[in-house]
Design a protein around this ligand. Structure first.
Ligand code: COS
Length: 384
């Protein structure tokens, strides 16, 4: 697979690796228990440009390719997964709709603010009756003069507490729905009729919060349709394209977490060997470790190739779904085996395995369940 990585990128990768080892990992347990990333750490991420990774350089971002971006996510997920979520939701699903389909004015206004981390963004699609079945959303937007009026509720919205901008998907034509009747809007915190509900109490990614969003006669200026008037009705496609790439990033997070788990298991088994406390089931643990390495190797090839295909301008809807299925399900198996290797001690938070086990489980649900990914892959096959 041809991929050349520039010296500039390698410097960034090394910088992120040191940042993870020296600044993120030492406080990752504290972040887990306090359920909060300290703001000075977020500032460091801003300084390093991490909030602008996939945003084009013309708008103040780093302009990374997809392959480079997934490689950086692999680095960042060598520690608590919530750090990635804080950055990746904003420069990923929260803002990519503007990168893909936004007007020049929208790009010029919003992207530099997002790229430098001054503004965070979030992606508002999921609703109580429209999780996997995204085209079933009930949030409506009705044009009234020079404003759209939005009504409805969104749930499980990651980073809603931090975000200033919400890429919000709403129905603008009940008849057409996913085929010409759904529109993507830029909703800003503070717009009349918009509010953020209480944080959800959830399993995993404790330092990354999800909330309900409430739109009650929320007035959004007409110019805040992503892509302007020509894009009214085209928001479902925008959302699906955003998710295509989001799924590659999710796969990268799972891969990074699996790598981290394998590193912890390797260290653990070396320590046991040195202390000669290895019990007779150690060969079983060795086999588990070998299976981890094999699956991680396969997952990495698959993800890198899917990312490279995207960088080559190919449609990667099926490949993104396959990579997400494989990487996230692999990470769950790896985490489960790691608990066996760590035995009782794996249950203790200090060893991190139980944190990682919970976190990677979420990746099989976030940005489309494994079942939805399988549906996308099989539909693609049957269609072609
Ligand atoms: N890129 C561009 N366009 C896409 C697309 C993609 N990846 N996927 C679908 N579309 C287009 C289709 O081509 C179709 O338009 P045309 O009729 O003009 O061709 C339109 O969107 C409707 O597509 P489809 O018929 O496939 O829609 P469905 O309602 O059957 O739903 C799935 C498709 C199941 C794939 C979608 O609902 C989905 O991804 N659900 C999961 C949502 C999700 O991941 N939620 C997680 C929370 S958000 S973080």
């Amino acid at each position: 697979m041809p991929h050349t990585l520039s010296d500039e990128f390698e410097r960034l990768r090394l910088q992120v690796r040191h940042f993870v080892q020296e600044e993120l990992e030492p406080i990752s347990l504290a972040v887990e228990t306090r359920e909060q990333i300290p703001e000075p750490i977020v500032d460091r991420m801003r300084q390093m440009g991490l909030f602008g990774m996939p945003i084009p350089k013309a708008y103040g971002g780093l302009g990374l390719t997809t392959l480079q971006e997934v490689m950086i996510y692999e680095e960042i997920t060598q520690t608590n997964g919530c750090y990635r979520s804080r950055i990746g939701t904003s420069n990923g699903i929260g803002s990519m709709g503007i990168v893909y389909d936004g007007t020049v004015a929208q790009k010029e206004f919003y992207l530099p603010r997002i790229a430098c981390g001054e503004w965070s963004s979030a992606f508002a699609l999921t609703e109580p009756n429209a999780g996997s079945d995204a085209s079933n959303i009930a949030t409506t937007a009705v044009l009234n003069g020079d404003h759209w009026v939005l009504n409805g509720n969104k749930i499980f919205i990651t980073n809603a507490d931090q975000a200033r901008l919400f890429t919000t998907i709403a129905v603008t034509d009940e008849e057409k729905r996913a085929r010409g009747g759904v529109t993507a809007f830029i909703v800003e915190r503070g717009m009349p009729g918009f509010s953020v509900g209480a944080a959800d109490v959830k399993m995993g990614l404790k330092g990354s919060h999800t909330h309900e969003l409430i739109f009650k006669d929320c007035r959004v200026p007409a110019e805040n349709v992503i892509g302007g008037m020509p894009m009214v009705g085209q928001g479902f496609k925008t959302a699906m394209r955003v998710l295509d790439k989001g799924r590659l990033c999710m796969a990268a997070c799972a891969l990074g977490a699996a790598q981290k788990i394998m590193t912890l298991c390797t260290q653990r088994m070396r320590e046991k060997r040195q202390a000669s406390t290895a019990r007779k089931e150690s060969q079983a643990a060795e086999f588990m470790l070998a299976d981890m390495a094999t699956q991680i190797f396969a997952a990495r090839q698959m993800l890198y190739q899917a990312a490279q295909l995207r960088d080559d301008g190919k449609q990667i809807t099926s490949e993104a779904s396959m990579a997400k299925i494989f990487c996230t399900e692999m990470a769950s198996r790896v985490a489960d085996d790691a608990l066996q290797i760590f035995e009782e001690e794996g249950l203790f938070t200090a060893h991190q395995i139980e944190i990682l086990l919970r976190d990677v489980r979420l990746y099989r649900i976030y940005e489309g369940t494994s079942e939805i990914q399988r549906l996308i892959v099989s539909r693609g096959l049957l269609k072609s």
